[in-house]
Design a binder for this molecule. Structure first.
Ligand SMILES: *Cc1c(COP(=O)(O)O)cnc(C)c1O
Length: 428
């Protein structure tokens, strides 16, 4: 019998009732092949599947579990909140505490609105930027992901066309027309779009560290350049920090790189494992959000007390430990260094990109700086490495184009296991 028999069985059952058997596509293992694992519990650095196998978790729920699984102070805060009732549909004390804490930790945010996911945050931020500037088009970057809002599921038009085209059935040509796509780390491509659409761009939205084409850091001057263009042309600069917020530093990528956006979108870590997102920024812009201003945005369960309890406990933990981010980056550095030495001794083409506790191993000999260079990586080899690691009890993101997220629960013992597993998996 297969050692993952229960997962296989559940996946077959799930496929009968759920599209593709999953509630979010990347979980289905499509790009690496095989049957996805059904996880039952997590504790610290480890996940346990339905068949009782244990894995060192290197996804951590795609970021949120930065302290590892079932962290005591977060579990405790949630239990307390649950005992008080699940939802009231009224304002609550925790929402005010949460907003205050976010404003304190992320200096560019003066006012903030809570929502229920990263997708909601980016959708709302773009609407707000349009309402504020009175302009309609936005610029995004190829390979960046901003959730599944219609305005973001847009591919670059071909040839000289600067208009976008729908990247999913169901997205209208009308919507696609308003999203322009530039090349990550390429300011010239942005300048071209600005010239061709003078006076029409409401916002530039960017992942300040690319995390959804694998980990791709901003080159020096890139974020600063975007800031300059936005200042010059009255464009709202949106940093989508759904992934990088509270991950790369207490104040996110904007603190790390010293570039301040007008609006920031947050998600993932901010909910401590519960479904939470947020968008915030300059008072002048945020004051346009309803009911203070005319830009409509609402949510029945937004600021939910249980979700706020988890998020608050998470952010308080992160804020209270000044050396946390240095330790996390150092631990990640040990993995990256070990992998690098191993691969340098092999004849396998490779590039490793790392920023803090995010890293990606790309199977390509070329430097990865944008989506085209990322796409030239050998995804078949990645699939082999992924499955090799899984057999050794290491759970990597099931795609070449996702970043690894190291948690604070990973210690020297786990790093050793990850490197030993890699040595075996890379020989296959
Ligand atoms: C995950 C992610 C989103 C979407 O967040 P959801 O909570 O999945 O809707 C948006 N932007 C970035 C940068 C992300 O990594």
């Amino acid at each position: 019998m297969s050692r993952i028999a229960t997962s296989i069985e559940l996946f077959q059952q799930g496929n009968k009732y759920i599209p593709g058997g999953v509630n979010s596509p990347v979980r289905a293992f499509k790009s690496v092949g095989g049957s996805p694992l059904f996880m039952k519990s997590g504790k610290g650095a480890y996940l346990h599947d339905e068949d009782g196998n244990a894995y060192i978790d290197m996804i951590n729920s795609w970021g949120p579990m930065i302290l590892g699984h079932a962290h005591p102070s977060i579990q405790e805060a949630v239990k307390t909140a649950v005992d008080e009732g699940l939802s009231f549909g009224t304002p609550g004390r925790r929402e005010v505490e949460m907003a205050e804490l976010i404003v304190e930790m992320v200096p560019s945010i003066e006012k903030v609105r809570m929502v229920n996911s990263g997708t909601e945050a980016t959708m709302s931020a773009v609407r707000l930027a349009r309402g504020y500037t009175g302009k309609e088009k936005i610029i995004k970057f190829e390979g960046c992901y901003h959730g599944h809002g219609d305005s973001f599921l847009i591919a670059a038009g071909s040839g000289a066309a600067t208009m976008g085209v729908p990247d999913s059935p169901g997205v209208t040509v009308g919507t696609a027309r308003d999203t322009l796509t530039a090349v990550y780390n390429d300011l010239k491509s942005v300048e071209r779009l600005l010239e061709e659409n003078r006076g029409k761009i409401a916002a530039i939205i960017v992942e300040p560290v690319g995390g959804n084409m694998g980990c791709v850091p901003p080159e020096s001057g890139f974020l600063e350049g975007l800031r300059t263009y936005c200042d010059r042309e009255n464009i709202v600069l949106i940093f989508d920090e759904v992934m990088t917020g509270f991950r790369l530093s207490p104040g996110g990528a904007q603190e790390l790189y010293g570039v301040s956006p007008d609006l920031t979108t947050l998600g993932k870590i901010i909910g401590g494992g519960m479904p939470v997102g947020a968008y915030g920024g300059k008072k002048e812009i945020m004051s346009l959000v309803s009911p203070e201003g005319p830009v409509y945005q609402a949510g029945t369960l937004s600021g939910n007390p249980v979700a706020m309890a988890a998020g608050l406990a998470m952010l308080r933990e992160l804020k209270s430990d000044e050396l946390f981010y240095d330790r996390l980056a150092e631990m990640t550095g040990k993995i990256v260094k070990g992998l690098g030495e191993m691969l340098d001794d092999s004849n396998i083409p490779h590039q490793i990109n790392q920023v803090g506790s995010m890293y990606s191993l790309f199977f390509t000999g070329e430097k990865v700086i944008d989506f085209s260079t990322a796409k030239r990586a050998d995804t078949r080899r990645f699939g082999m490495y992924f499955h090799g690691m899984l057999e050794e009890g290491i759970y990597l993101p099931p795609s070449q184009f996702e970043s690894v997220f190291v948690s604070g629960a990973i210690g020297n013992e786990e790093v050793e296991k990850i490197l030993q597993a890699s040595a075996k998996a890379l020989k296959k």
